[in-house]
Ligand binder design. Sequence first.
Ligand SMILES: [Zn+2]
Length: 417
Amino acid sequence: MSESRIERLEERFVRYCKVDTQSDPNSSSVPSTACQLDLSRMMVDELKALGIEDAQLTDYGVVFGTLKGNVEDRKIPTIAFVAHVDTAPSFHAEGVVPIVHKSWDGTAMVLPDDPAVVIDPEENPHLRGKEGEDIVTASGTTLLGADDKAGIAIIMGLIDHMKAHPEIPRGDVRICFTPDEEIGKGVSDKLMADIGADFAYTLDGENPGDLVAETFSADKADINIKGVSIHTCCAKDRLVNALYLASKIVEMLPKHRLSPESTEGREGFIFMEGIHGNAAEVDMVLNLRDFEMEGLKEKARLLEEICEVVGKTEPRARITCTVREEYRNMRYWLENDMRPVEIAKKAYVDEGFLPNMLAFRGGTDGSLMTEKGIPTPNIFCGMQNPHGPMEWVSLQDMEKALLICARVVGYWADQPA
Ligand SMILES: [Zn+2]
């Protein structure tokens, strides 16, 4: 049984990785790239072949389906499992050639298409102890896409498993594959209206044992600097160069503290993400991150102060700083009903893991879903080194995640709706 479960995980995962599904932050279409739909359509067909009759692809690019429950004498919560079809825009994702290192022998893996890319257990502590497991990598020139096709393959395997084990009581289980998670556009109001679940889990985490019930709270700040533009022939005492003012702001940003490169754990930061412009006008984009709202507001205040101070040095310029909300720490809502976290923890323990409650230094699709009313912690899918050529995943870790999900489904059957 176990053998064929791994084989099915491998067959599906390798096939999904080969489909280019890279999202594009600069696109305004929904989903951001048409190629994502290649995989989404494939998933609808495969769900239908597994007997998920209501499998559908929505006009906003989300795949839904329902594994029907088998408990009829009482009302129990409907839970959803969520994974994203897209891969990160930050690295090559076309022509992925997955390589399965069967019963990995513990030596460094040299990837054939770029022998400079070596996945060495010396530098990848999570690889240690995995000798004998089946490790999947890309071939050296692309990412692999285990983020998050491992999640998709696990959810498909979960359907097999639940069908093979009708003795496990279950409510309706909703399946949800989203596009554009990597560009922060995975969760729309339409998705929230259609998902039809009381609680959900994303399968989008790295280390086996990690359980995410806490994420950053995130805001974005847009700084706009308008100088005074004039031909350099007659610029004396008249030109106000927006680039110089921008560089003053950059100079005043904290770097040895409150930056991503100087913080860890529960510390927040300000990250300068981008700058573009010319002497007349400059736009800067900054990410503000903290686990607590007070810390997030402090960072916004600091930015506003910097802009004010720099603005005072040149009254002819106009500097504005606008802060907009991105997402919030899911803990603020999960605290009201910890059942999704407690049930996941129990499933981890019963599969032999000590749950590592990770305060995730980022956001997940679950951050927004939780905020919008469906509590959604994140379970690991086993992906490692995502968004680059060193990405890898162990099929055995994926199998453990699948078994954890199966337990989660079963434990929810004891809960009142
Ligand atoms: Zn992901």
